[in-house]
Design a protein around this ligand. Structure first.
Ligand code: ADP
Length: 272
């Protein structure tokens, strides 16, 4: 296996601290009075640098909210979020927008590629917008890692769903962000294409030293992670190191009362 690359990352301490992001007593409430929902209930979490963390839990447990708060896509009601040594809670919009652009990468369920641009243009777009010149050596390495070398001139419509998501992963990796957040990144892919994309995220951690946080419902997807955090009712209720798909599924069945037919998970551990 190739050793992790030591090219410094952008922002913060350049990726020197062991914890890439942390939440401290984070509360997120929606609505008021009777309609008030506590989506996050005093969450403390450390996201280790250079590792792959999966966030799991039933629908409505707060997974997306936690990810959005950690990524500065949503504000918190209380508590603090830090990216490296920077407290992002309380940052004004303009600074937050710049921090997200310069220091965070995103991979969403919808690939969010621009249809008129080639794969390569899509990959370098965020850097072009930021006025940053892509590092050629790094770009080649990223493109190689996600297996896109022969397809860089293709437009999204000329690529399969799996290939489009690989472009989205390459776009996230190319800017060398401190963290990549994925919200169900394989949710729109069949299992083979999903496995490929997860394999590339895994390689980005092992070979490029990337930090990845992924929300997923899928035990097979979670098994690519180093650590799984389980949310229930807005709290982190458990975690698992070195997960296997079987162990994750067992854990989910335990939370759903041992009944695989509960609404959140079917017998294969996928959401209904
Ligand atoms: P998950 O990602 O685990 O499915 P979410 O983070 O989407 O859970 O939601 C957590 C809770 O917060 C749920 O009860 C959900 O209904 C509520 N919630 C999420 N977003 C909003 C919103 N924009 N307005 C009101 N309630 C919301």
């Amino acid at each position: 296996m190739t050793s992790a690359v030591t090219i410094p990352r952008h922002g913060g301490t350049g990726g020197k601290t062991a914890v890439a992001a942390r939440a401290r007593q984070v509360v997120k409430a929606y609505g008021t009075g009777e309609a008030r929902v506590l989506a996050l209930d005093h969450v403390d979490v450390d996201i280790a640098r250079g590792r792959f963390t999966a966030i799991m839990g039933p629908s409505g447990s707060g997974k997306s909210t936690l990810m959005h708060c950690l990524a500065g896509l949503d504000t918190v009601t209380g508590g603090q979020i830090f990216l490296d040594e920077t407290e992002i809670t309380g940052l004004k919009d303009k600074k937050l927008t710049r921090l997200r652009r310069d220091r965070i990468g995103f991979v969403f369920q919808a690939f969010n590629l621009l249809p008129t641009l080639s794969a390569l243009e899509n990959i370098t777009l965020p850097m072009d917008i930021a006025g940053r010149r892509p590092d050629k050596e790094w770009l080649d390495r990223v493109v190689g890692t996600v297996g896109l070398a022969g397809r860089l001139g293709h437009r999204p419509a000329e690529l399969s769903g799996g290939q489009q998501q690989r472009v989205a992963v390459a776009r996230a990796l190319a800017a060398r962000p401190e963290i990549i957040f994925g919200d169900e990144p394989t949710g729109n892919l069949d299992s083979r294409a999903g496995a490929e994309v997860l394999g590339f995220l895994r390689r980005s951690v092992d070979e490029l030293g990337q930090t990845v946080v992924m929300v997923t419902h899928d035990p097979a997807a979670a098994s690519y992670a180093d650590r799984v955090l389980y949310l229930a009712d807005g709290r982190i209720v458990d975690e698992m190191e070195h997960p296997t798909a079987e162990a994750v599924l067992d854990r989910m069945l335990l939370f759903s009362g041992g009944n695989p037919q509960t609404p959140d998970f079917d017998a294969r551990g996928r959401t209904s």
